[in-house]
Each structure stands twice: as structure tokens, then as C-alpha cells.
Design a protein around this ligand. Structure first.
Ligand code: UD1
Ligand code: CA
Length: 463
């Protein structure tokens, strides 16, 4: 679209009572501002300027690869002042400027497109995206004249009793002709209860100047829910959760208890997959078809193929899990765990930076880190790859068809050749040639008649 965008994200969010800048608080695992920036990005605007201030360095980190210019508002003197901070960055831009708050993550591309198109069609000087709500508290109220034309916005703190009854609220989204914006902003003052420069005041200014003001009501008021405090944060998360879960269920995913299932909207889930309660799936994750996930598992930035079962209470981050695989219960797949087709990861198993080959099994109580396992390997219970010598990490290589006996310590760097076996309880610190049996444990000694001898000793002492 032929627009420039200004996102206001400098406020500290006093009402959050937090050390973290408000726009960085997560909703379904992602910062609020990331949602807004993504939506803005999909409008393909000519320029995007983000106004930062409180926690600027951290806020700047989240734009990722997007082309965004930052301007700093060093003192947070109000939304009008914040918008004015973008003057320099956009002074050469002639056209419509879309200004929006950085604290309302649910706004959609479709609604913003419709809003800007409407602004262009009506040839308005300024358009305001509004919403009709049951409970307008906390928001600025839209004032309309007898003809229904928007004449101004009054903040709740400055509103009279009657004005507070108005249930059309300001979403904090405006589309303004650049020719009016900067001059209008210069007329904003701090004569209000909060002694701040209100961006909303430019609407009254436009009215006094006899400009064309266009109020556009959003069709779904949930989209403009802003986050000011932790309660708002929970409302927004709940709304997004329902929207996402509804879409998934309609696309053929079973959510046993959608109220208690947390899936980020960007996550893809294949049909005939069933997800049990208290499961969280966030980040850049993808789940294939016919999977069974949960209850109570946490999956982040991970990819799963088809027919994968993740049993109760697994924690999976940055892992890649192929097809026909069972994980857990109580398994921990850490970054760069790569589990190939037909493998099995059982209970109390931790896998890090390791490839588990096709059909291989790590069924119980093991740590596998910095390892490469071939096909059809069996890892006995209690096995540990001793990958860390206190200074460096070392690799373990276990070739196809190896049988690792229970409670084997594999002291890396080490290689166990094809088809070998290690004896239970061994500490293996030398490479094992293919096809051999490696035993590294103390030989067993039996002392005969032990019980009788100890009894006699006891009797002598008693005398
Ligand atoms: C604002 C609007 C209100 C509207 C509501 C919608 C004003 C005066 N009021 O109120 O009419 O109903 O949004 O959610 O604009 N910010 C800065 N610098 C500042 C102050 C704020 O960058 O000096 C940023 C904040 O980071 C935030 C956004 O502007 O992303 C809105 O600020 P906030 O304080 O949340 O405004 P509201 O009180 O919600
Ligand atoms: Ca707000």
C-alpha cells in the first residue's frame, strides 16, 4: 500500500507494574509488538517507523529481518509527542500515514486494509478506527456531532459523566494525510488531566479546521483490545487462544479441552491430530497429521512429522521429530535433537544436539548429548553420553545395530562400531571395533559363606 506507518511503542506501561516494557510481554509465546509489526508488514507499506523509548534496546531486537526505522522518544510525554518524534524520519513522505499503538496485538491485516481503503475512498484528511463495545472503560470515547460526524475524542480521565457512557471507543489507529499530520501535531498541548500531549487531540483540531474526519467502526471489536495491565493481557491471550483453537478444530484437529490448550496462531497442525489439555505449542512449530500430543507438554520452535505421539509432560524445544515416533512421557528434547522415522524416546530421557537414527530406541532414563546414533540402535536404561570434560564438549558416535547395555557410560569422544554390544554397567572410554563386545567394569568376586562368617564375628564381639 502507498502508506507510511508509525507504531507507537515507547511507553513503559506503568499499569503493567513490570520491569519488562509492555510491548514485550508475550501473548501465546510472542511479544505483543511482534504481532503488530507482522500485521503492518503484510500491508507492504512504503516505510515503517517504530517509536521506541522505554527499554528501547530490547524493543529494537524483535523486528527481526523486517525493514523498520526506529526513532527514540527519550521522555514519554504522551502519544501526541510520540507521533511527533517520527517527523524527521517521515518529513519527505507525502501521502497517508497510518499511526497505531504497539499494544494491541489482535488487529488483522484485513481490517487495516479495509480501514486505509475506506480513508482513501472517502478522501478523508483523518480517519479513526473505532469500535462499539459493551464496556468502554479505559478507552478514549468518540464524540460525534448531530449528523453523526466524528468531532473529537475525549480520554476517560477527562470525560464528563455523560461522555463516559459513550460506547464507541478509539482503537488508537489513525490514517492521516501527511499534509495535515505534522501541522496538527504541533497544535497539540498538554492541557488535560494527565498533562500529556494526546495524539487524540488532532481529531478536535481537524474538526476546528473544518477538515474531513472519517470514523470507521471495526467489525470485530476484539481486534482492537489494547493491553494496559495484566488483566488486559489475559483477556487478549484468551481471545487469541479461542480464535486460533476454533480455526484448528474447524480444520480437523481435535482439542480435547480447548479452554486449556495454548497454541500460537502461526503454528501449523495437521488433520486428525489430537491435542490433550495443558499443552503449549509456540514459536515456529509444526505438527503433522495423526499425531497425539500431551497432556501437559511444552513444544517450542519444533517440527513434527506424521503419526508422532508425545506422551504426558514432555518439554521440546528446537527439535526435529520425523514420522511414526513415540516420545515420553517425561522426555526432554533440547535444541538440535533430530529423531528419525520409527525411533522411540521413552521416559526420563534427555536428548541434546543428537541424531537418533531410524528405528533406534532410547527407552528409559538416559542422557544423549552431542551424539550420532545410526539405525536400529538400542540404548539400555540409564545410559549416559559423558560429553563434557569440564572444558569442552565431545561427540559420541554409535553406528547401526549397536546394543548399548544398561547403565553404560560412554566417555566422549568415542565411537562404537557397527553391530557391537557393550556390557551393562560399563564405562567405555576406548573406541569399540565393529561386531565386538566391550566390557569395562570390575570383575565380580563372590565371597562364599559370607552370612555365616559375619554372624560368628558378631557373636564373638558380644562376649
Ligand atoms: C490510547 C488513546 C485512547 C485509546 C487507546 C486505545 C491517547 C491519548 N489515548 O490510550 O484514546 O482508546 O489508546 O488502546 O492516545 N506511547 C508512546 N509514548 C508515550 C505514550 C505512549 O510511545 O509517551 C505508546 C505506548 O507504548 C502504547 C501507545 O503509545 O503502545 C498507547 O499508549 P497508552 O498509554 O497505552 O495509551 P492508552 O491510555 O491506552
Ligand atoms: Ca493502551
Amino acid at each position: 500500500m502507498n502508506i507510511a506507518v508509525v507504531v507507537l511503542a515507547a511507553g513503559m506501561g506503568k499499569r503493567m507494574k513490570s520491569d519488562v516494557p509492555k510491548v514485550l510481554h508475550p501473548v501465546l509465546g510472542r511479544p505483543i509488538l511482534s504481532y503488530v509489526l507482522d500485521t503492518v508488514d503484510s500491508l507492504l507499506p512504503k516505510r515503517v517507523v517504530v517509536v521506541v523509548g522505554h527499554g528501547a534496546e530490547d524493543v529494537k531486537k524483535i523486528s527481526g529481518s523486517k525493514k523498520v526505522a526506529y526513532v527514540t522518544q527519550s521522555k514519554q510525554l504522551g502519544t501526541g509527542h510520540a507521533a511527533n518524534c517520527a517527523t524527521q524520519a517521515l518529513k519527505n513522505f507525502k501521502g497517508n500515514i497510518l499511526i497505531l499503538n504497539g499494544d494491541f496485538p489482535l488487529i488483522t491485516t484485513a481490517s487495516l486494509k479495509k480501514f486505509v481503503n475506506n480513508h482513501e475512498k472517502k478522501k478523508a484528511d483523518i480517519s479513526i478506527l473505532t469500535a462499539l463495545v459493551d464496556d468502554p472503560s479505559g478507552y478514549g470515547r468518540i464524540k460525534r456531532d448531530q449528523k453523526g460526524k466524528v468531532s473529537g475524542i475525549v480520554e476517560e480521565k477527562d470525560a464528563t459523566r455523560e461522555e463516559r457512557y459513550i460506547n464507541e471507543i478509539n482503537s488508537g489507529t489513525y490514517c492521516v494525510k501527511s499534509s495535515f499530520l505534522w501541522s496538527g501535531l504541533n497544535k497539540v498541548n498538554t492541557k488535560n488531566k494527565q498533562k500529556e500531549y494526546y495524539l487524540t487531540d488532532i481529531v478536535g483540531i481537524a474538526n476546528r479546521d473544518g477538515l474531513n474526519i472519517n470514523g470507521v467502526v471495526v467489525s470485530d471489536s476484539d481486534e482492537v483490545m489494547g493491553v494496559n495491565d495484566r488483566l488486559d493481557l489475559s483477556y487478549v491471550e484468551s481471545a487469541l487462544k479461542w480464535k486460533t483453537n476454533e480455526k484448528l478444530m474447524r480444520s480437523g484437529v481435535t482439542l480435547v479441552d480447548p479452554e486449556n490448550t495454548y497454541i500460537a496462531p502461526q503454528v501449523k497442525v495437521g488433520r486428525d491430530t489430537t491435542i490433550y489439555p495443558n499443552t503449549h505449542i509456540y514459536g515456529n512449530s509444526q505438527i503433522g497429521r495423526n499425531c497425539i500430543i500431551g497432556p501437559s507438554s511444552w513444544i517450542e520452535d519444533s517440527k513434527f512429522g506424521n503419526s508422532v505421539t508425545v506422551r504426558a509432560s514432555c518439554y521440546v524445544t528446537n527439535a526435529s521429530v520425523r514420522n511414526n515416533i513415540t516420545i515420553g512421557p517425561f522426555a526432554h528434547l533440547r535444541p538440535d535433537a533430530e529423531i528419525m522415522d520409527g525411533a522411540k524416546i521413552g521416559n526420563f530421557v534427555e536428548i541434546k544436539k543428537s541424531k537418533i537414527g531410524r528405528g533406534s530406541k532410547v527407552p528409559h532414563l538416559s542422557y544423549v548429548g552431542d551424539a550420532t546414533l545410526g539405525k536400529d540402535v538400542n540404548i539400555g536404561a540409564g545410559t549416559i553420553t559423558c560429553n563434557y570434560d569440564g572444558v569442552d564438549k565431545h561427540r559420541t558416535v554409535i553406528e547401526d545395530n549397536v546394543f548399548i547395555g544398561s547403565d553404560t557410560m560412554l566417555v566422549a569422544p568415542i565411537k562404537v562400531g557397527k553391530g557391537s554390544t557393550t556390557g551393562a554397567g560399563s564405562t567405555i572410554s576406548k573406541d569399540v571395533p565393529s561386531g565386538s563386545l566391550a566390557i569395562g567394569r570390575a570383575r565380580q568376586t563372590n565371597i562364599n559363606d559370607w552370612k555365616r562368617k559375619t554372624k560368628e564375628k558378631g557373636r564373638k564381639k558380644a562376649k
